[in-house]
Each structure stands twice: as C-alpha cells, then as structure tokens.
Design a protein around this ligand. Structure first.
Ligand SMILES: C[S@@+](CC[C@H](N)C(=O)[O-])C[C@H]1O[C@@H](n2cnc3c(N)ncnc32)[C@H](O)[C@@H]1O
Length: 405
C-alpha cells in the first residue's frame, strides 16, 4: 500500500517535471563563473567542506537533475555516479558535461528512481539536493544515501524543513482552497501569478530559473513536503549518520560550550528539539539583514568606543596588581557600555516575539479573508502584510551534512 503511494507520487512528480525542468539554469561558460563561486562558498564557508575532499572521491548524486551542481564536483576532481528519474534531465546533463569538457568525470549515469538504485560499491560522498521532499518516503530515501556511503564519508542533503516550507505550503493550500474541484495546471499558474508574484519574481531574479519553472516546481508539483527537523535528525541517528554541519545553521545561537562539555553539534544530536529556536527563524525569514546592518552600523562604532573607554579607564583588559581603581568608576563605565549595548540589541533582527505576533495576526487575517474566495481582496490583504509572504517567504532551502560513523 505504502509502496503503491510511493510509485504513484513518483510518477506524478515526474510528469510535472517533464513539463518544466525544476533545475535547469542558463549555465553557458560566461554565466557559470558566478554560479560556481557561490557553490564553492556554500561548501567551504557554510558547510565546512573544502573542495579538496572531492579530489579523487567517488561521489553519488541521487536525483542529480540537469547536473549543474555535478559540474563543479567534476571540476574539483570527483568521479561521478549519477541517478536521475527524468530522461529529459539526463539528456540536458550530458549536453552540459560535453559543453564543459567534463564527460570523462562521469563514471556512470543511471536513468531510474533512486528507490531502485543499488550498488556494491560504497561512496566517499553521497549528495541529494532538492529531491527527498518530492518523494513519499523521506526515511526510505535517506536510507539509500546512508547505505551507499563509506564509513567516514559525508552525505550532503538539501531539503525543505517543515518550518521553512510552512509559508509555501500555505500558498499551496490557498490555491487548492480557491480552485476546489476545478483543479488544472493552468488555474494554478494563473492564480499563483496573481497572489504570489513577490515570491515568484524574487526566485526568478535570484536563482535564474524562469517563472514557469518556479511555478511548476513550487505550486503545480504534486509533492512538496516540509520535513520535520527533529525527525530527520532521528533518521540520521538510526542510519548511523552523525550530524556535521548545516546552512542556515540548525544549531541554536550563542551556546556556550567548553570542549569538555557537549559541543553545539552534539547538543543537536542529543536533543534534536533544541533546533526549535532556529526553526522559528526558518519559519519567519523575510528580508535580508543587509538593510538592518546599515541601520545599526553607527551604533556598532559608538559601542566599540564605549567598550574601549571601559577597558582603558578600568584597566580591566590587562589588570595589574596595585592599580587601585575606584569601584564606582568600574560600575559607571560599565553602565555606559551596557546602555549602548541595549540600544544595539533593540535594533537586531533576531528571532523576536514582535515578529511572531505580527506573523500570527497576518495569518489569522489571511485565513479570514480567504473564506470570501475573492482573489482581489485576498491580493490586497497580502500586499499589506509585513512578514507573511514577504521576501524569503520562509527559508527557501536547508542544507544539512552528516558523516557516517
Ligand atoms: C528540484 S530538482 C533538483 C535537481 C538537482 N539535484 C539540483 O539540485 O539541481 C529534483 C530532482 O529530483 C528528481 N527526482 C524526483 N524524484 C526522484 C526519484 N524518485 N528518483 C530519482 N530522481 C528523482 C527530479 O526528476 C528532479 O530532477
């Protein structure tokens, strides 16, 4: 029964992806430099995986799509084993590899479902980006990653967490509510363009995919689930995979740990529910912090001045015996510093109560207006929101890396 559903979803997802590719981006040589550089940053700076580890590595990509990411693994010296269910994507992938002169890096391409993939060989690196959340059984899919991984090897997963995906799934719910049993690809396209133009335009501008590709991937797609993060961490555990890194980070900010106690990553493993803090951030993500940082950059300068003054006047950065500092002087200078710090903290865009209250109110207003089924009214309401369906519309993708014990 469960297997029938898995096969049924697989078929429907494939049908949808045959209409518009979910992954192809215009990657001619002149456009590729920027794309490759960003990916390198993702791996080195964010996921802590230097390109060196790809050199000579046997890499398996489950659901490789049109192969843009694999081109870079090939450039870094990996030997590629690629699995993809969509024959159209495999065709495009071959074109890319020949265009970039990297065909020799492909050890094997298999045009089949990842659920039917078996290999005697174990791999140094197994990746699967943007795939498991389009399948019926994430746990079964993840098992394919872990069983094909060598011990000590890394698996790189890109999925949508349920927190990150909540706003997008609300959008899918709204489309379904408005369309009812008139369901058609055309109607989904039309209404999503009206109601969710900000999300679609933003993804188009940043990711380089066409609007149709984005709409078919996000809205027409029969399966786009959000994966529960504590559950995923338990799946890691069951499969002998240790959590290693993530982007955006699933580790709560500001954990203070000595090396003799649990490290942040060990906290995450021991108590997966601790990721609730970051999940709130994934849920509410709207705008980039750049504007905010500009907003408080002057405060940073004046805070640093107050800090230096505190250090100088109290000599507390390098206290020497016999300095005879007046205790009141210490508390006064600290007070000035604390005052400036509070000002800065109030401007910081961290996860805060205010944001969650606004989001909650907007969600209530949206659910109320939705009942009118009046698209114009719904659109006007959405246009006035501050957080819901604004900017990122929830974190668009989550990367999580593990290694096999
Ligand atoms: C959003 S795309 C991501 C493609 C690529 N990994 C990337 O990051 O650009 C999802 C891909 O997963 C493939 N896919 C979905 N279900 C699959 C399955 N059961 N087995 C293999 N591939 C699958 C789709 O055909 C599609 O190419």
């Amino acid at each position: 029964m469960e297997d029938n559903k898995l096969i049924d979803i697989e078929k429907k997802v494939l049908e949808n992806y045959k209409i518009y590719s979910p992954s192809k981006i215009p990657l001619e040589k002149k456009n590729s430099k920027k794309y490759f550089l960003r990916r390198e940053k993702l791996f080195l700076d964010c996921l802590k995986l230097p390109k060196k580890i790809f050199l000579g590595a046997n890499l398996l990509d489950l659901g490789c799509g049109t192969g843009e990411a694999d081109l870079l693994y090939a450039k870094w010296g990996a030997k590629l084993n690629l699995v993809e269910i969509n024959p159209k994507s495999v065709k495009q992938l071959r074109k890319y590899f020949s265009y970039f002169g990297l065909t020799k890096s492909i050890a094997k391409i298999e045009n089949k479902s990842l659920f039917n993939y078996n290999s005697k060989k174990k791999f140094d690196i197994v990746v699967s980006e943007g795939v498991l959340h389009h399948t019926q059984n994430v746990e079964k899919g993840f098992k394919k990653l872990s069983t094909n991984l060598k011990s000590g090897g890394f698996c790189v997963l890109q999925v949508a967490f349920d927190s990150s995906q909540l706003q997008r799934n609300l959008q899918r719910f709204i489309l379904d509510y408005l369309i009812g049993n008139q369901y058609s690809n055309k109607l989904i396209e039309e209404i999503s363009k009206i109601l969710f133009s900000e999300t679609i335009n933003r993804a188009n501008k940043i990711g380089g995919r066409s609007k149709k590709q984005i709409i078919y991937d996000a809205y027409n797609n029969p399966k786009h689930k959000g994966i529960n993060l504590p559950n995923l961490l338990n799946i890691f555990k069951k499969n002998n995979i240790n959590y290693y890194s993530s982007y955006p980070s699933i580790e709560p900010e500001n954990l203070i740990n000595g090396l003799h106690t649990l490290l942040p990553s060990e906290h995450v493993l021991q108590n997966p529910n601790i990721t609730a803090f970051q999940s709130l951030f994934f849920l509410l993500a709207s705008y980039n912090d750049e504007k905010l940082i500009k907003n408080y950059s002057k405060d940073l300068v004046s805070l640093e001045k107050k800090w230096k003054k505190l250090m100088k006047e109290t000599t507390l950065s390098d206290y020497e015996y016999g300095s005879k500092i007046n205790p009141t002087k210490i508390s006064n200078y600290f007070n000035v510093f604390a005052h400036k710090s509070l000002k800065l903290l109030s401007k910081r865009n961290s996860i805060n109560e205010k944001k969650l209250i606004i989001f909650s109110n907007e969600l209530k207003m949206l659910m109320d207006i939705l009942k009118t089924k009046d698209i114009k009214k719904i659109k006007n309401k959405i246009n006035n929101f501050k957080i819901l369906f604004r900017g990122y519309n929830g974190v668009p993708s989550n990367y999580i890396v593990g290694y096999k014990k």
